[in-house]
Every structure is written in structure tokens, then in C-alpha cells.
Design a protein around this ligand. Structure first.
Ligand code: BDR
Ligand code: CA
Length: 308
């Protein structure tokens, strides 16, 4: 591990797997987490912000939480209570937070931190990309100040909201396409890899058996999210996959390719149009993460949770 930590902002919509991602990220010694920013996504912005506050309190960190967009850039909000529960955390009843969100909007916090980190800031974006879309629209020189964005979103093949689209991209395709066109180095962990980034029920029980409040929370938000249809082997850790990719890329396999987002189509809204090998030979703009070493991934998740 290099001496210098990676300055990171986690942009999220907690959310069950966002919660697991936060729990893991705050135990990655590679990261210097500067802020958590929240966005409308799995549930409304007031709920994702409230959840980020109470989850960071369980983690025991004072890192600021900045609320961002309460709706997509040009569309009505879409939520996923059927996956994450009405409150976004399956009603598991975490205590109310003592701290409150910062008065600085997410997009301003992203810009300020990008300037402060002098080109070293990385963003791990695991919700709809609205905050980044707004930040790019507001600050014309932002793109050159961000080192990299690791995105959980999209799918080269298929989708989980429609046959074409994954949730985070489907919710705000215009924002996602702004990010794709931004010129910022991008790594995309879509469903292609995140459905392979699962924990088995037995592995989740091991983490719960660690006996820490953080392990209990990890278990509570993970065990009920076994997507039996898409991922029969266990619970896919969509957002944690992006966190672990950012810290431990050697666990994963990626391919350079071109990616944009369909914003105009009715049937294809939010499709991440992906060109790995067509005759069009588009110039690559993303590292598309397609595979991982599942056993090493699961071992790393357990090792990080054992640090609580
Ligand atoms: C993504 O959508 C959300 O429901 C999850 O939090 C994850 O970010 C998976 O498609
Ligand atoms: Ca998410």
C-alpha cells in the first residue's frame, strides 16, 4: 500500500447496499474519506440523508454529510422501496442521528474538495449521478480537477429496472450521460460485475457473528437483499463492489471501452450503450469492470468488517 491515502468522496443514496458500501469504505486504510454526499434515489433525499447520518454514526465517523439533489436533473424521481423498504433501510430501526447534515450542497462540497485536493480527488458514486451532473453543469472547470470517478451503475448487458437499464442510470440518464461525456477518467462497475460480487448466506452470518454493531448492521441490510432471481448464490453487493474496486483493483478485471447513456429512447431509457468491439470503433472513455475473483472479494469484505 502506498503511503499517501486516496482522498475520496462517497456519493450515495442509502439504501441497503449503500450502507454496506459505507461500512466497508470507512475501514479501507487506502482511503481518506473527505465527505459523504447524498442524492435522491433508492428513497427520497430527506431519507437518504437521514440514513447517511445514522449510518455514519454507527461507523463512528465525523466526516460531513452533504445533501444534494432531491430529484433527477430533468425528470421526476424514481424510488426503490420494494428493494430497500419505505425508509431505505428495511425498517430495521437504527437510532436517530445526533449530528445533522452540512449546510453546503453536495455539488459545492464536491467542487471545493476537488480544488482543495489539487487534482487528486476520487469520487465513488453509487447512486444516481445527479449531484455530479449538477456539479459539472455549475462548475465548468470541475472535470479537470477530479482524478477519477468509480461508478456503480449501468450494465453492458441487460438491466434490473427495465430489460435495458440499471437503476442508478435509469433514474437520471441525463446526469449519467453528462458524466460519461465529461472527460473525467471513469471506471464503471455495472451489473455485469456486481451480480458476481455476492456474499453467501453463510458468509453474511460470519460477519454478523463478529458481534459488533457494525457487523450487525451489515448483516441486517444485506441478508434480506438476496436477489434470488438474478443472483441465486447469495446477496449481490452492488455498491460495495465499486468501493472495493476503488481500493483493490487487482481483485477485478476491466476492459477499456466506449460508453454513453441513452436519454431519448422510450424502451431504452438509461441504457448504457457500450462499445467494446463494434465496427464503429468509438474512442474508449471508461474502464468497464466485468469480472472479479469472488473468493478474494468475499475474503476482503470479511477482513474489512473484522476491523470494527
Ligand atoms: C443500484 O441501485 C440501487 O438500488 C442500489 O443501491 C445500487 O446502487 C443497483 O442497481
Ligand atoms: Ca446505491
Amino acid at each position: 500500500m502506498s503511503e499517501k491515502k486516496i482522498p475520496v468522496i462517497i456519493d450515495c443514496d442509502p439504501g441497503c447496499d449503500d450502507t454496506a458500501a459505507l461500512l466497508l469504505a470507512f475501514r479501507c486504510p487506502e482511503f481518506d474519506i473527505r465527505a459523504v454526499t447524498t442524492v435522491s434515489g433508492n428513497v427520497s433525499l430527506d431519507k437518504t440523508t437521514y440514513n447517511a447520518l445514522r449510518v455514519t454514526e454507527v461507523i463512528g465517523t465525523d466526516v460531513p454529510v452533504h445533501a444534494g439533489a432531491d430529484r433527477p436533473m430533468f425528470r421526476e424521481p424514481v424510488y426503490a422501496p420494494h428493494v430497500h423498504g419505505e425508509d431505505g433501510l428495511l425498517g430495521i430501526g437504527l437510532p436517530a442521528p445526533k449530528k445533522t447534515a452540512s449546510s453546503v450542497h453536495a455539488w459545492d462540497a464536491i467542487y471545493r474538495e476537488a480544488e482543495a485536493q489539487k487534482g487528486e480527488l476520487e469520487i465513488i458514486a453509487v447512486g444516481p449521478l445527479t449531484n455530479l451532473g449538477i456539479a459539472l453543469a455549475k462548475y465548468g472547470d470541475l472535470a479537470e480537477k477530479i482524478k477519477r470517478i468509480v461508478i456503480m451503475g449501468g450494465a453492458a448487458q441487460g438491466g434490473n429496472v427495465t430489460p435495458c437499464a440499471e437503476f442508478n442510470i435509469y433514474v437520471d440518464p441525463e446526469a449519467a450521460d453528462l458524466v460519461m461525456k465529461s472527460g473525467i477518467p471513469l471506471c464503471v462497475c455495472g451489473l455485469d460485475v456486481t451480480l458476481k460480487a455476492y456474499l453467501t448466506a453463510a458468509e453474511i452470518r460470519e460477519i454478523k457473528a463478529m458481534g459488533t454493531p457494525q457487523g450487525s448492521l451489515f448483516g441486517a441490510v444485506t441478508e434480506q437483499n438476496c436477489e434470488k432471481v438474478f443472483c441465486p448464490a447469495g446477496a449481490p453487493l452492488h455498491d460495495p463492489a465499486a468501493v472495493l474496486f476503488a481500493a483493490y483493483p487487482d481483485l477485478f478485471t476491466a476492459q477499456r471501452c466506449w460508453m454513453r447513456v441513452e436519454t431519448a429512447g422510450e424502451l431504452t431509457r438509461g441504457k448504457t450503450v457500450t462499445d467494446c468491439w463494434s465496427d464503429a470503433q468509438k474512442e474508449a472513455n471508461v474502464d468497464l469492470v466485468l469480472d472479479l475473483d469472488r473468493e478474494r472479494f468475499a475474503a476482503k469484505v470479511k477482513a474489512l468488517m473484522a476491523e470494527y
